[in-house]
Structures are given as C-alpha cells and as structure tokens.
Design a protein around this ligand. Structure first.
Ligand code: BGP
Length: 474
C-alpha cells in the first residue's frame, strides 16, 4: 500500500550496527577463552579461520571512537560464553568478564546503547562433551547460570539483551549443536534438532524470567532469522508450501516463545515423523508466563517457494548450511524478478516491509531489527588522494531497507531500532573475508592480516547523515 504521509522516526530510535564475538574479536583462546563449537568450522576449505577475526579484542577503543564519529545510538555485540565460562559452567574467568565490562562501559561513556547477545553460535564444547549440550535438559540450567552472571555483572549498564541468535539456524546446522564433524546432515538429526529447540525455548523463558526479576528496566528478546516467503506461482499448492515453510522455519519457534504452545502444523509435522519431544507440561506454562519484550530479527533476503512431492523420500531434506528443500513439503526456487547479491541472496526491501507487517500481525510485540546488510567483494580505491571504498550498492540497499522500516513505523508498528550488519568488515559466516558487509573496511584478506587498518567506506558517511537527520531521506 502506498502511504500518503510518513511519520517521523521516534526520537529515541536505536540507530545501530552489529558484530558478533567469534567473527570480530579474534584472539582465540587468549586470556583463558575455552573451546566452542565454532572451532570446528575454523579451518573449513575456502574460508578464513575465525582465529584472528579483525582484532576487536584489542582495537575496541578505536572502533568505539569510529562509532562515536558515526553517531551510533546503539551497538549490538555478543558475549563469547567461553571467554566468561571457559567450560560453559563452573567458575567464571575474570579476564573474560572484565573485557566485556570495559567494552560496555566505554560504549556507555560515549552515549552508545549496548545491545548484548548472550549467545551467538559459539556454544561451549565442554558442555557437549559433559552431557550432549542442548540435547540434554542440563543445558537449561547452565545457560540460565551463565545469563544470570551476565545480568549481575553487566546489568547496571545494559538495558537491551538478546537471548539467542538465530536459534532457527542453529537447530538445523548439526555442527552448531556439536553433532558430527561439520559434515553431518540435518536430515539425519531431526529428532535431536527439535529436542534442542525445545530446550533452547525453555532456557530462554527461564532467562527472560530471571532478567525481569533482576533488571526490571531491561528489555529482552530473541533474534531470529526472519523473512518473507513467496509462493513461486499462483497454484494453491505453492501458496500452501510457502505458508508451511514459514511455519517450519520461523513461526514454530515464535509460537512457543510468544504464545507458549506448539503450533498445530508443526506438532503434526513432528508427530508424523515420530519425533515430538517429551517434556513436562510445566514447560508450556513457563513459556506462556515469560514472553519476550520484543522480537529481534535478522533480515537479509526473501525466498520463493514451490511445493515438492514426497515421491520416495518423505521427509528428506537437502541443502547446506540450512535445508532448501524437504520432500513432501517445499523447495525454494529462484525469484525471476529480484536482483541478487554475488552470493545469490535476493535484494528485496519490500520483503522487509512484508516480513515486519506479518511479524507484528502475528505476535503484536515491538520489533528490533538486529541485523540487515549488504555483502560484496570489495577492495580499497583511491579518489583524489583519498583511500576509501565507494560502496554505492550498499548505500542503495540500506536506503531502501530503512525506507521500508520508515513505512512500517508510519503504519503504527513499533520498531525499536535498526542495526546494520556490520559496523566493520568481519569474517563472514561461510565466506571468509571475501564477503564484506561493513560500513568500515578492514584491511586484511583471507591469508594476510596486514595492518587490520580501519578505513571508512562511502556508506559510513551516508549512514552518519541518516542518523543525524533521523531519516533515510537525506
Ligand atoms: C547471520 C548471522 C551473522 C552473520 C550474517 C551474515 O545469519 O547472525 O553472524 O554471519 O548472518 O552471514 P554470512 O556472513 O554467512 O553472509
């Protein structure tokens, strides 16, 4: 719908940018950091290891100076669980918590609101060894103890908390659950995936309860990968497949977390496959009573979906790192109208508006955009003696997506903030330094750390003017 008028962004809108610990900090194992499941993906072919990151661990002073210059109102970072508890439980590592206290204090001193993700992919390996990690209910208590420690140590300066980053992806990537050697297939581990999912939901509810009890002014919610799915044709079967996929990738988690029940379509999916988890009914009461304060979403692109018959392979999934087809339900198909990034992700700002509208319609909770950004292969250029990156495609992507947020806000949907992924280039989840998202270029490549120098891209100056004007219309 075209809107006749747009309202203003709220005065306290959280104009932000984001990173995660394992992609940015580097200094793996330093000062007592313990191993995490991410270690398994450190040396995969065609990627750069996460070992060195972009040295946020030592360079955070300079990075915060740049954030200040950018005018950021908020900065989303994640805590490395194993810096704070090297084995995941037991005694805390004081050097670990000290690092985060210092970063957060410096952010606050500079008027930047920290948005703290408690757990972003890097689950402690020792908990997998001790009892199978998220597959065991013991994981619930350890996650609660860890989060409670963070609330006590960091709660004076942190208002916004994210429970778990992209639980929807974690449960479908066996290696992120500590299963297998990095090559395990979700199809062979569905039962474990949905046990883990249940335990993660219960653990989140317990942590939400704890947060509300200890920090009454804080706000806490999940960050899910959330998108819009389009039927590939107007055939009703494709519409159904797109609907089912939304249920089985995102709504099944949100229905548990925000409504305290198993979505009936998801439940039937599990029952048909004989994998509906066992749990005490008190879990659902706990979930009902401890809803998140907001829903965080990581939005990058949309997918077209067509129905896929079961043939001989009922329930088999294909596609990595997360499935792109499941026999008997759906197959993601190529959209013929939208442009894509070099990695084939559609560029779809209208999809963000659709996603936000659907999300609010379904759950009626404020929304925080915890990640949104444009990836490209980039290198430094010289213009009139100035070294930079003219990332005009990123500016256009961000402009259009922020405009979608503007429209959604104008319709009366509460959006708390918007975080660009990423502040500076970091190691991509699967494509090393080839895939850059930053507003700031980091001068390192896959094999050579160089000086790790920070160089502002054109998008840095553009986003600076957006924040200053409190609108994308600059
Ligand atoms: C999200 C993750 C981030 C980041 C981003 C981009 O799923 O939360 O950690 O990796 O995606 O992904 P990639 O680097 O694979 O392009």
């Amino acid at each position: 719908m075209e809107l006749k008028t747009l309202s203003e962004f709220p005065k306290d809108f959280l104009w932000g940018a984001a990173i995660s610990s394992f992609q940015a900090e580097g200094n793996w194992k330093k000062d007592g950091q313990g191993p995490s499941v991410i270690d398994q993906t450190r040396k995969e072919d065609n990627t750069t290891s996460f070992d060195d990151g972009v040295d946020f661990y030592h360079r955070y002073h300079d990075d915060i100076r740049l954030m200040k210059e950018l005018g950021l109102k908020a900065f989303r970072l994640s805590i490395s669980w194993t810096r704070v508890f090297p084995t995941g439980n037991g005694k805390p590592n004081l050097a670990g918590i000290e690092f985060y206290k210092n970063v957060i204090h410096e952010l606050k001193q500079n008027g930047i609101e920290p948005i703290v993700t408690i757990y972003h992919f890097d689950y402690p390996t020792q908990l997998v060894k001790q009892y199978g990690g998220w597959l065991s209910r013991k994981s619930i208590q350890d996650y609660e103890n860890y989060a409670t420690y963070l609330f006590k140590e960091l709660g004076d300066e942190v208002t916004y908390w994210i429970t778990i980053n992209e639980q929807d992806h974690v449960v479908k990537m066996p290696e992120r659950l500590g299963i297998g050697d990095g090559k395990a297939d979700f199809s062979d581990h569905k039962q474990e995936a949905y046990v883990a999912n249940h335990n993660m939901c219960v653990a989140s509810a317990r942590v939400i309860a704890k947060c509300h009890q200890l920090l009454p002014n804080a706000k806490i919610g999940p960050a899910l990968s959330y998108q819009a799915y389009y039927p590939a044709t107007d055939q009703p079967e494709d519409v159904l497949a797109a609907d089912d996929l939304a249920t089985l990738t995102q709504n099944y988690i949100l229905d548990l977390q925000c409504r305290g029940h198993y979505n009936p379509i998801f439940k039937k999916y599990l029952v048909d496959r004989g994998i509906f988890p066992d749990f005490p009914t008190t879990d659902l009461e706990l979930l009902k009573e401890n809803r998140p304060d907001f829903i965080g979403i990581n939005y990058y692109s949309t997918d077209d979906v067509s129905s896929l018959s079961a043939q001989q392979k009922f329930g088999k999934t294909e596609g990595l790192p997360v499935p792109n087809k499941e026999y008997g339900i759906y197959a993601k198909t190529k959209n013929r109208t939208l442009p894509t990034t070099k990695w084939g992700w559609t560029i779809d700002s209208v999809g963000l508006r659709i996603a936000l509208q659907r999300l609010y319609h379904d759950y009626e909770l404020p929304i925080l955009i915890t990640e949104n950004g444009f990836s490209n292969e980039e290198s430094l250029e010289k213009h009139d003696g100035v070294t930079t990156v003219s990332d005009l495609k990123r500016i256009s992507y961000l402009h259009d997506h922020i405009k979608a947020v503007h429209e959604v806000i104008s319709s009366g949907i509460p959006v708390l903030g918007y975080c660009v992924w990423t502040l500076m280039d970091v190691i991509s989840g699967h494509s090393g330094m080839n895939k850059r998202y930053g507003l700031i270029y980091v001068d390192r490549d896959n094999d050579d750390l160089k000086q790790l120098k920070r160089i502002k891209k054109a998008s840095f100056y553009w986003y600076q003017s957006v924040i200053k004007a409190n609108t994308e219309e600059v």
